[in-house]
Ligand binder design. Structure first.
Ligand SMILES: [Zn+2]
Length: 215
């Protein structure tokens, strides 16, 4: 999970106009719905606000649930994935995660809050962990962000980046440390699927090199 910034000035005009008339989310339809989804997705670098999977289809999530009376407040909306991980699509075998798992639960962990994001890190096997107990409960239970297949996807995403940018030929003219520093900047911009995990792995690699040089 990485920091999500949704500046108010990016709110689509159609949404501002609609809210003057109603705060009922069911009235957000057609072109205005498409524009709202597209704006949120662009601001989030086309990745899910919770699991960071690439958004093939964009779904709108109310961070504070609609059951609490929210509707069209732009600063409460996030772009999320379908929340379905299909083990076997034909049989309908799936694992629920993100807002599909969360439902009307009110989270403590907020991806828009830098202080919350700063409590997060990963273990060796790509498990997302927080130093804050309630946030960990949101991660493991309310959002289900540590099931085996998702952790595998995080690791695969890093391995792809590793192959292309670290051990690959494309950037071999740059010294390794420089390649890693460039990758950290790209990950901070959210240029990869699972950017937060990729940044974690690249920072660890860079620290290892810097520490070895000191010895
Ligand atoms: Zn997701």
């Amino acid at each position: 999970m990485k920091l999500i910034r949704i500046p108010n000035e990016r709110e689509p005009v159609c949404l501002i106009e609609l809210r003057k008339v109603t705060n009922d989310y069911s009235h957000l339809q057609g072109d205005c719905m498409l524009e709202t989804k597209s704006t949120l997705s662009t601001l989030q670098m086309d990745s899910c606000a919770y699991c960071e999977r690439k958004l093939n289809s964009v779904f709108i999530e109310h961070y504070i649930p609609r059951s609490a009376g929210t509707g069209l407040e732009f600063d409460n909306l996030l772009a999320v994935c379908s929340g379905n991980y299909y083990i076997d699509k034909l049989k309908g075998d799936k694992i629920d995660h993100c807002d599909t798992k969360k439902g009307n639960t009110r989270l403590s962990l907020d991806p828009r809050n830098q202080c919350h994001i700063d409590t997060l890190t990963y273990t060796e096997d790509a498990t997302l962990i927080s130093t804050h107990l309630q946030f960990q409960h949101d991660i493991d239970v309310n959002l289900n962000l540590n099931f085996y297949e998702l952790k595998r996807e995080r690791q695969d995403a890093f391995n792809e980046v590793d192959l292309e940018y670290i051990v690959g030929e494309a950037y071999r003219n740059f010294p390794l440390k420089e390649r890693l520093q460039r990758l950290i900047i790209m990950a901070e911009r959210g240029e990869f699927e699972f950017s937060a995990y990729i940044k974690f792995r690249v920072v660890a690699r860079l620290s290892y090199i810097i520490d070895s040089e000191k010895q």
